[in-house]
Write a protein that binds this ligand. Sequence first.
Ligand SMILES: Nc1ncnc2c1ncn2[C@@H]1O[C@H](COP(=O)(O)OP(=O)(O)O)[C@@H](O)[C@H]1O
Ligand SMILES: [Mg+2]
Length: 354
Amino acid sequence: MEKIKLAVIFGGKSSEYLISLHSATSIIKNIPVDKFDVTLVGITEEGKWLYFPGNVEEVDNNTWFKNPGCCEMILSPNATLKGFVKLNNDRSFETLRVDCVFPVLHGKNGEDGTIQGLCELSGIPYVGCGVLSSSVCMDKEFTHIVCENAGVKTAPFMSVRNEANLDTKTIYEKALAKLSLPMFMKPANTGSSHGISKIRNYNEFVEGLKLAFKYDTKVVLEKTIDGFEIGCAVLGNDELMIGEVDEIEMYHDFFDYDEKYHSTTSKIHCPARISDELKSEAKEIAYKVYKALNCSGLTRVDMFLTRSKEIILNEVNTIPGLTNVSRYPSMLRVGLKMGYTEFIEELVRLAIGK
Ligand SMILES: Nc1ncnc2c1ncn2[C@@H]1O[C@H](COP(=O)(O)OP(=O)(O)O)[C@@H](O)[C@H]1O
Ligand SMILES: [Mg+2]
């Protein structure tokens, strides 16, 4: 059988650039080379697209773009080409057809519908959610609106746009009345807890806004949910497979960047240490959220379980952390007995079969 020509895109102009390198390293190391013919395309933090002919270690240690074999490489929106245009360093160019694109990119310019739009124009199947679901899931306000409308419980929230002469005192009073203290403040479109603050007073509100507006022009304020975090992996297009429910055990204020990637005091339990009834309920909610947001391929649905055993949606990650020890692949391993390599193959199969 002919090998599938797969382009793995990594890096990206995103605050989650480094996380992408970790995910991509793991994926590149585990792609079965007897079935796939892999082309690596890196995007620098500045947004430059490069063909990368080097070793995976260079991706892992973020030196990949220094490889002398790198040259410019862009995904063509020309749907009759179905591939990339490679600009060789001697300024000659060649075209490279591919069967599937795997955007191993997190956050802005990768998980938000932008790359997905380019893939749509190119006519090449791609791993993961489509344009609309990617962008809606990336935006925490729109995720709330769509899911609430589908009957899924989410935290009470409001949004603030970065306008000239913002009356922060009035907004604070409104937020106080609706959400009380402490409240969570998040840039609408980020991940990895970048720009997120827990607000306990007006001073923190003003400082929090300054920080969050560095990441986005829209900020979402949420009532603090008193409980712990659980997550559920959903995989598929029409027929869905649901992974195990996991749990984040934490001793800190919230699951911030350090905790996510260095796990200093937090611990992931998979399966979650909750009753079978609650796990089933969490899986049903994850299924409902996936359908409501029109997801395809994969998505990790993050929820809170409150002290009164209520499950509330937190957020949805259409390209969650994908290293072999990340939460999503672990949920599939534990819940579906699906190994990491099988998972990668399944993602490509789902992309091509869409
Ligand atoms: N409404 C909330 N109540 C309690 N904790 C929250 C709330 N929103 C976010 N958090 C905490 O902040 C972390 C990051 O928020 P999240 O919305 O998941 O953003 P990100 O996309 O950066 O992961 C969560 O994992 C959780 O620990
Ligand atoms: Mg999160």
